[in-house]
Ligand binder design. Structure first.
Ligand SMILES: C[S@@+](CC[C@H](N)C(=O)[O-])C[C@H]1O[C@@H](n2cnc3c(N)ncnc32)[C@H](O)[C@@H]1O
Length: 459
């Protein structure tokens, strides 16, 4: 049985859209949404079969059918992320503004849709902090960042308040805020039951608390992006008013193709006209979404990372630049890595981000960073699953490419039946995409797929 739209919501939307347009909106919100994915250009450059390009996202595609993603090994290999189309507008924002690839923060990042997009945009040139306050969700975020595999991200598990010592530190801060979720009424009809005018007010005051901190974290000339998946003005336009009353920001206008049917909204403030972009389901093949962008003035504060002498951390041990270089050389990586040890395992980041990383570790609760390579035992490496899924080379290991059935067995953490398998460590792949490790000991096989990731459904 379909869940009806709350009557207060209906009357608010009628005021926002007018009666005639409201009917189109209501019809659209009760229809199925289109499935879309964003491919990982560092793993797979192919457009999916039977798909159509999303005009505002370079690697975004609408699929003509919704497949079972769980039963597609490429999904587990991080070849793509399932993301609704409107959210991918962030890609258009970054590219049209040519935002410099520096230090980015995604403050409310789980499960990682926008973080994986930011990570791809930054590539080898930038570094991303993907933060999530809820512990269990930070775990899912970590998993998705590992699968994406670019090694340019740190996952933290902090309340926005914990970022206070990092004011003026980030070149871009994205806050995809927890909201009343009106834009999800189509995809998740249960969300209709949770909606009430009081809930909207509660969400707006929580957003103010978050933005009160987030607004201060952006460095001079940096960008602040605020988004929600809700339609109302209280959580959107009013947040622009709030931000501009609390902080000094300049408006940013994003070029739009009129065929996209994205609605621009304007907010008059003492600092000029600011812009927001709203996605309605009767106008766009995506879910409800709102986003605004603003820029910190050039004379605002910048917090430099400084030099941390004799880096000390209760858990992390720095590997000297000389030893870091030797590891890169041994493993055939670009000679630009800085390593750290955590519980005897080695983690690699690009050395360019060393000072930034070390400053971040002084203040944040780190869940993952860079690429975990594995442990060293005498002269051998015990490779980590994270390394397999990363885009770093895996030189010197044997590789076995699996058929789909074998790959699914591996992902269920069963032992895939493979003929003429060599002994030792083997990286298993599907369509040449790394899935993980097995070790053939001759009389038995060990499957190193992480048990908490294993898939549980049958074909
Ligand atoms: C809309 S979701 C983020 C979706 C994510 N950006 C993506 O694209 O996959 C909002 C996130 O904010 C988190 N959150 C909840 N309360 C918060 C708070 N007080 N401060 C910051 N984030 C919060 C939620 O746990 C949730 O993961």
């Amino acid at each position: 049985m379909s869940i009806s739209l709350p009557s207060d919501f209906q009357s608010r939307m009628k005021t926002q859209l007018g009666e005639t347009e409201y009917e189109l909106f209501e019809k659209a919100i009760n229809q199925d949404s289109k499935t879309s994915i964003r491919t990982n250009p560092d793993k797979s450059s192919q457009a999916p079969e039977d798909s159509e390009q999303i005009p505002w996202a370079q690697n975004g595609y609408f699929l003509n059918e919704r497949p079972s993603f769980t039963l597609d090994p490429s999904f587990h290999a991080g070849a793509y992320y399932v993301q609704e189309a409107s959210s991918m507008f962030i890609d258009h924002i970054l590219r049209s503004l040519q935002v410099p690839k520096e230090l980015f923060l995604d403050l409310s990042a789980a499960p990682g849709g926008k973080s994986t997009l930011l990570s791809s945009y930054l590539g080898k040139d930038g570094f991303l902090v993907a933060n999530e306050v809820i512990q269990s969700r930070a775990q899912i975020l970590k998993e998705n960042i590992i699968k994406w595999g670019l090694g340019n991200t740190l996952v933290s598990n902090n309340d926005p308040e914990h970022f206070e010592p990092l004011e003026g530190f980030f070149d871009l801060v994205l806050v995809d805020a927890p909201c009343s979720g009106e834009g999800m009424f189509r995809k998740d009809p249960q969300a209709r039951n949770e909606w009430s005018p009081d809930h909207v007010t509660l969400c707006a005051s929580r957003q103010k608390r978050i933005m009160d901190r987030a607004g201060s974290l952006v460095a001079a000339s940096g960008y602040l992006i605020y988004s929600t998946c809700t339609f109302n003005e209280q959580e959107n336009e009013e947040m622009i008013e709030f931000l501009t009353s609390e902080f000094s920001y300049k408006p940013v206008r994003i070029p739009l193709d009129p065929n996209w049917n994205i609605r621009e909204t304007q907010v008059e403030t003492e600092d000029g006209t600011f812009y927001g972009y709203r996605f309605y389901p009767h106008l766009v093949d995506g879910e409800g979404f709102f986003v605004t962008v603003m820029q910190r003035p050039d004379d605002a504060y910048i917090l430099p990372p400084g030099k941390i002498k004799d880096y000390k951390h209760p858990f992390l041990k720095e590997v000297s630049p000389k030893d870091s270089n030797s590891i890169d050389e041994e493993l055939g990586f670009p000679l630009s890595g800085q390593y750290y040890q955590l519980n005897d395992s080695y983690f690699r980041i690009e050395s360019e981000w060393k000072a930034y990383f070390e400053k971040l570790t002084q203040h944040l609760s780190i869940r993952y960073f860079g690429v975990e390579i594995g442990k060293k035992q005498k002269n051998d490496w015990i490779p980590s699953h994270e390394w397999a899924l990363s885009t770093l080379p895996k030189n010197g290991f044997q590789v076995v490419n699996l058929e789909k059935d074998q790959a699914l067995e591996f992902l269920r953490k069963n032992d895939p039946v493979i003929e003429n398998m060599p002994t030792g460590w083997i990286m298993v792949t599907y369509n040449s995409l790394p899935l993980g490790w097995i070790k053939n000991l001759g009389n038995r096989i060990n499957n190193y797929y992480p048990k908490e990731w294993r898939i549980r459904i049958q074909d």
